[in-house]
Write a protein that binds this ligand. Structure first.
Ligand code: MN
Ligand code: MN
Length: 318
């Protein structure tokens, strides 16, 4: 039975442009709130982009995504899943980063996510740049996780700028080195764009990460690619990371490192519809940059992806 406290405000009851925006109009239940211990899936804002190497702005993502998410309704249009009736979901607030210090921000964020794990809350995070995924994994990975990763980029580089180890191009290299991810159960989908070199690809090959380029994605189609992704992760606990630059910049221009020749907005949702039944321990949607999102459309696509991820997270693991 659904708990009225955890029921989102309906657009039938209060116009979508009214009220204080929380993710998907859920109750705001930050750590310390009397109902915090009852939350099962926590929607988290990670307003931090100090890992950005090109155009910045994802630090403004959570606010924009909260605003756009007032459009999200209660029921999935295809599966008819009603996620807010299956799991107690809440906006658990923002992690508080330190924009002047990458190491301190990583520590603050991993501590926040450790607190969620200890409370039995699975996080669905709105970034933030992709470096946010590293402290999330540090907080939630109680064993090496598998991962299904949608992105134009592998984010597997060793370092930037002569040895900087922590940027949004390196999080999954660090996560594999730290034992947070099992590389043989990691699949990256949508990889494309001009390359610096093959250093990231060579690393992936050396540890067993499966890269599905956009050429292979379009040759085989969504269903076939996602069937392979499911086969790679199997019943292992996984993380799902979704960089909005996976989507073609025609549909998602509001991001820092766009790459042309990508999936359309329907395909952006469709891939998520193949995640149900996996043992998803957490998920994120990162790299939405409101300063480059003049129409607000990227944020709306972003929250639509978040709703798809949420519906996958509430499906029973099989
Ligand atoms: Mn990325
Ligand atoms: Mn990317």
């Amino acid at each position: 039975m659904s708990d009225p406290f955890f029921t989102p405000v309906s657009g039938f009851d209060l116009p979508r442009f009214a009220g204080v925006p929380t993710f998907m109009r859920l109750p705001y239940v930050p750590p310390g709130h009397e109902r915090f211990g009852d939350v099962q899936i926590g929607l988290v804002g990670a307003p931090w982009d100090s890992g950005t190497t090109n155009r910045p702005g994802p630090r403004h993502g959570p606010r924009q995504l909260r605003d756009a998410s007032t459009m999200i309704r209660a029921e999935h249009p295809v599966s008819h899943v009603r996620p807010f009736e299956i799991a107690r979901c809440a906006d658990v607030g923002d992690v508080g980063p330190n924009p002047a210090s990458i190491p301190d921000s990583l520590d603050r964020m991993s501590a926040f996510y450790t607190g969620l794990r200890e409370a039995g809350i699975r996080p669905l995070t709105a970034g933030g740049d992709h470096l946010c995924s590293l402290p999330i994994l540090r907080g939630i990975a109680d064993q090496p996780l598998g991962m299904i990763h949608f992105d134009s980029h592998t984010d597997l580089f060793h370092s930037y700028f002569g040895g900087e180890m922590y940027t949004h191009g390196t999080p999954f290299r660090r996560a594999i080195e730290e034992g947070l991810l099992d590389p043989t159960k990691v699949v990256q989908i949508g990889i494309r764009g001009t390359m610096y070199d093959r250093e990231d690809r060579d690393f992936a090959d050396s540890v067993g990460v499966r890269i599905i380029t956009i050429e292979e994605f379009f040759d085989r189609g969504v269903a076939d690619v996602m069937a392979e992704a499911r086969q790679i992760v199997g019943t292992h606990p996984i993380y799902v990371s979704y960089d909005i630059d996976f989507v073609d910049p025609t549909f998602a221009p509001g991001t820092g490192t766009p790459e042309v020749g990508g999936p359309n907005s329907f395909q952006a949702l469709e891939v998520c519809r193949h995640l149900g039944g996996l043992d998803i321990r957490g998920a994120d949607l990162v790299e939405v940059s409101p300063p480059f999102d003049a129409s607000g459309g990227t944020a709306f696509l972003g929250v639509s992806v978040m709703f798809e991820l949420l519906c996958a997270m509430v499906a029973p693991a099989s």
